[in-house]
Every structure is written in C-alpha cells, then in structure tokens.
Design a protein. Sequence first.
Length: 180
Amino acid sequence: MDAARAPARLKATAGAVELLRRLGGTHGALMMHQSGGCCDGSAPMCYPDGEFVVGDRDVLLGVLDLRLGVGETPSTRPEGGDAVPVWISGSQFEAWKHTQLVLDVVPGRGSGFSLESPEGMRFLSRARAFTPEENASLAAEEVIVGQQWEQGWRPAPSPEPQVVAEAVDACPVPARRPVP
C-alpha cells in the first residue's frame, strides 16, 4: 500500500464475487447493505440495485468490481452490472470503521430477504483490524454517504487488489501460542 493512500475498506473472496456474478446474471445490477441486526443479525444483504433504499447517512464501504479476478486491480471504474456498491448504516460504520470488511460466502441458508437465500449459500462478513497507521490514513479520507452517491459522487478505482482467493488472504488468522 502506498503511504499516501489509505487501504480499501472492502475486499471480497473469489467465491463471493462468483456468487455475485451468478446473482447478477439472474437479477441484473446488484447492491449490498451490511445489516445492522434485528431479524438478520449482522449479515451482508444482497438486493437488486435500487430495491433497498440507501439512507442519506449510510456509508459506502466500496464498490465491488465483478470484472476482477484474484489479485487484479481495475484500470477504470466499474459500471452497470459490473459494479456492486456495498453500504453500511452510518451508526454501524462508526463501530466498524477500524476494520476492513471482507465479503465471503459459505454454505448455508441466507436471509429470506437476501438474493442468495435459495442458492444454498450465504454471504458472510469477516473483518481485519486496521493498523494504527492505516486508521490514520483512513481518518484523513472523506467517506461517501448516500446523499453524495445520489448526487453522482463515486470513489476512484482502488490501486490495490480487491479480490482475494480466500478470506484468510485478507485477514490472516494469528498463529496460536503454544499451550503451557
């Protein structure tokens, strides 16, 4: 990561991107919202683009680029069905802003409201805590909120790879300490 550039707040596993491509082929352009609790716990929810109303203060975590494979970086912004904006409520963002969200997929039944529900797979949020240096870089960057998105604001393409093969590639599990 370039010292002047903050890290991406969002990454996705290859499995999650593949499922999004399949869902997009069926439902058209997609969007996601990190649910804040209640009926669905805290799960990433997938909807046809425009079906879920993004609030003025919801925060854009990033735009997944479905053109990308593992380790690839975009040269241009994704558009249409290749772009999957991922949102989180403003209040939940305040609690999660110190972490990078890694969108993954696992076998299981998704929420009844999320498009992957009948697929036998469900989206899962994993997270990696940012380092103090990364948090400082992120604090200096303005986030895009729903109101700005409606006004046409879009993030620049990230210079770092967005898709990882497995979640552990983005959020490694610390080594176990020997049991005394």
